[in-house]
Design a protein around this ligand. Structure first.
Ligand code: ZN
Length: 310
């Protein structure tokens, strides 16, 4: 090891230790879950997916507003921030991309401790029942009857795919997330001098990078924990669950928020029965109850007290 390398190690080591102790010295009784961002998917000109009689943007909004009300009742100390409460693209942005940016920025500015996106799914087929073509033979066409073409038969298939799934951001696509984390934490959460906190925006400093990486690990673990608890509650309620998933291409809104973030697919609008369930009072109330039960367990776990105790 060269002298220069040794020097670098000696300089970096205290930074790592300081960053680690910043987590471990946090008093356990302090509530960690102070602000929750509720993000109803789509909105305004963007309907999301469509069932036989309903649109994802409306189902997502309805469930989100009910969820907010239930969280308010169960946890009156938690501050709630909605990315939208009416049928608009958040921030009245003209494009979906700008809408996603607005959602993430609002979440970061509000210093959210948890970001919950509510969506509904489709399986890629027409809702309800869809037509399928199958080859039942061949015939010869053309002047000399030499061209062989298939004969199709059309039949109809009921769209049966149902169930829930929760998405968390992919761990290896963390550059954007790291930047978002430093922005969200830069304003006051970082237990540093104000000068250093202001510098948290500068991701080029090794200190900021290490801090962001530590937060990322913690946020990823907490996102996975909350997503798992949510899916467990859905299963207990008798729903089919596809479990906790990570999308290959990443999900922009999850990548961009500097906090644990989960996108919940509450069910398939492309299935006739599940569309009815997702639009019913009972269905929405049950989904909300499941998420609030998961939230209670999540809060107890991250705040370090036994489940059920205040
Ligand atoms: Zn969606």
């Amino acid at each position: 090891m060269t002298m220069m390398k040794k020097m670098t190690c000696l300089l970096i080591l205290p930074v790592i230790i300081c960053s680690i102790t910043a987590f471990t010295t946090r008093p356990p009784q302090k509530p960690v879950l102070r602000t929750i961002i509720i993000d109803p998917g789509h909105g305004g000109f963007d309907p999301g997916t469509e069932g036989l009689f309903s649109k994802e943007k409306d189902v997502a909004l309805s469930i989100s507003l009910k969820l907010g009300k239930a969280i308010e009742e169960a946890f009156p100390d938690i501050k709630l921030v909605y990315t939208r409460t009416t049928d608009i693209m958040p921030g009245n942005m003209p494009t979906k991309g700008q809408g996603l940016h607005y959602r993430a920025e609002l979440a970061n500015k509000s210093k959210g401790d948890l970001f919950i996106c509510i969506h509904a799914n489709n399986d890629g087929h027409t809702p309800g029942t869809y037509a399928v073509h199958r080859v039942i033979g061949h015939k010869y066409v053309g002047k000399k009857k030499k061209r062989r073409v298939p004969i199709y038969e059309t039949y109809y298939v009921k769209n049966t795919r149902v169930g829930t799934g929760s998405y968390i951001w992919k761990a290896d696509r963390n550059v954007f997330k790291g930047k978002a984390i430093s922005e969200a934490e830069g304003g006051g959460e970082v237990d540093d001098s104000t000068e250093k906190a202001a510098n948290a925006f500068d991701m080029s400093s090794p200190e900021a990078k290490i801090k962001a990486q530590l937060y990322e690990k913690k946020y990823f673990a907490n996102s996975a924990l909350f997503a798992t608890l949510v899916e467990n509650e859905f299963v207990k309620a008798g729903r089919h669950s596809d479990g906790v998933m990570q999308r290959d291409e990443g999900i922009q809104v999850l990548q961009a928020t500097g906090m644990p973030s989960v996108l919940i697919e509450t069910g398939f609008l492309s299935n006739k029965e599940e569309e009815v369930y997702l639009n019913s009072e009972e269905g929405q109330d049950e989904i909300v109850r499941n998420i609030v039960d998961a939230l209670r367990k999540y809060k107890d776990t991250i705040e370090g007290h036994a489940p059920g105790t205040p």
